[in-house]
Design a protein around this ligand. Structure first.
Ligand code: SF4
Length: 314
């Protein structure tokens, strides 16, 4: 199928989109609209910049990506061979992934030419060096996460139960709520006898947002496989602490989640000039929401007028 160039991105909803919208609408504009088509040869300088900035990552995200890639590869190996890779070997793989991101980030000019292929760490793009405390924390987290991955309830299930059927590993899926497309990607979905289990790897601390994310997955599972809610188990694997948390599925909460999603979509759509083609209103309609929490780690500091203003006043 030929690649179609669209003047505006396709409309869809996701929990990360909702989070960015709530944090700062200007950031939301840069991320979902300003950067669109920034990869094309004839893109404007602004589009190129926003597209490039969108790709910036950080040490925590690289660790999270590395752990997810490791989990995906090891579960696929389990699916094929009923064996898991060696713990030391995969620790080295994730460490390599982190080191590679550091190396890539040292050459900004090279990264600017291929911002999607190479990595750029926020810590180095907007700072001079990696904060030593953070580096030490990441090293400690890497070892903890991998040790707890092997000890997790989910991996123990794989190894000790014969009646496991893996259904999905990191598959990107869509489903619809009120005719609106929703993107979801389950880390792992498997069946154990007649129970359907959704497992999600977390490399950060516990938060309520994670519960909501998993409830959304329950809606997806019900929609795609027609699984009754009472036959589902949704499980968060907190790899930092080694705790497994099972989320109870309450139909009132699921209904509330749907209401919240529709409300979030409505708010996003109020900032569209033409909803049929997802054409946004001008950038000035997307207010900035400066705060230490929002701006400190924001990828778009370089192009945001709020930061320019703060620098002028300092
Ligand atoms: S720097 Fe702050 S105000 Fe500007 S887009 Fe980012 S979060 Fe919003």
């Amino acid at each position: 199928m030929a690649f179609e160039i669209r003047p505006y991105p396709e409309w869809s909803w996701s929990q990360s989109r909702d989070q960015i919208f709530k944090d700062c609408q200007r950031k939301y504009y840069y991320h979902y609209y300003g950067s669109h088509n920034g990869w094309l040869r004839d893109a404007s300088e602004d589009q190129r910049t926003m597209y490039r900035l969108k790709q910036i990552t950080n040490l925590y995200m690289i660790l999270g990506d590395g752990i997810h890639l490791m989990a995906e590869a090891s579960l696929k190996q389990w699916q094929l061979e009923k064996s898991l890779p060696d713990q030391k070997e995969i620790t080295e793989d994730v460490r390599f992934h982190l080191n590679q991101a550091y190396k890539d980030s040292q050459d900004i000019m090279r990264w600017k030419v291929a911002p999607k292929k190479l990595k750029m760490l926020h810590e180095l793009y907007y700072g001079d060096e990696l904060p030593p405390k953070r580096v030490a924390q990441i090293k400690e987290r890497l070892n903890l996460c991998i040790t707890h991955y092997f000890e997790s309830e989910t991996v123990q299930d794989m190894m000790n139960c014969d009646e496991i059927e893996i259904k999905e590993i990191e598959e990107l899926n869509t489903f619809f709520i009120q005719d609106q497309k929703i993107y979801v990607k389950l880390d792992l979905l498997y069946k154990k006898q007649d129970k359907w289990i959704i497992a999600d790897w977390k490399t950060g601390n516990e938060s309520e947002q994670n519960d909501n994310q998993l409830l959304l997955y329950a809606l997806f599972l019900h929609d795609k496989y027609n699984v009754p809610f009472e036959q589902m188990e949704i499980r968060l694997e907190y790899l930092l602490s080694g705790q497994s948390k099972t989320i109870s599925i309450d139909e009132d909460e699921l209904n509330q989640l749907k209401v919240d999603i529709v409300e979030s979509m409505d708010q996003m759509k109020q900032l569209l000039e033409d909803a049929a083609i997802n054409k946004p209103k001008p950038m000035s309609s997307f207010p900035t929401n400066p705060s230490k929490l929002n701006c400190w780690g924001c990828n778009y500091r370089e192009c945001c007028e709020e930061i320019t203003l703060q620098k002028r006043e300092a």
